[in-house]
Design a binder for this molecule. Sequence first.
Ligand SMILES: [Zn+2]
Length: 88
Amino acid sequence: MTSPYSKTYPIVPPPKCPLCGHFIPNDERPGEYPGALSRRDRTVEICSKCGEREAWEDFSRAVAEGRFSDEEDHLDLLGNPIEDREEF
Ligand SMILES: [Zn+2]
């Protein structure tokens, strides 16, 4: 009797990052789980390292442009002012 699993399927190679050419999510575990969604066009899947690099680039730019002020520290996750932080 033939097992239904004996049929051969084309082997799909693990996806590679279009930015650096390494495997997605990384070279240690190629194709085991999804990589990162590029923050640049939000459609391209990239490797974990490139995703992390893009996030740090955005964060560094925001800090350099002064977008993290004391005032923003007093906003909740929805952007509403937190009146008295001592309550927390
Ligand atoms: Zn990459």
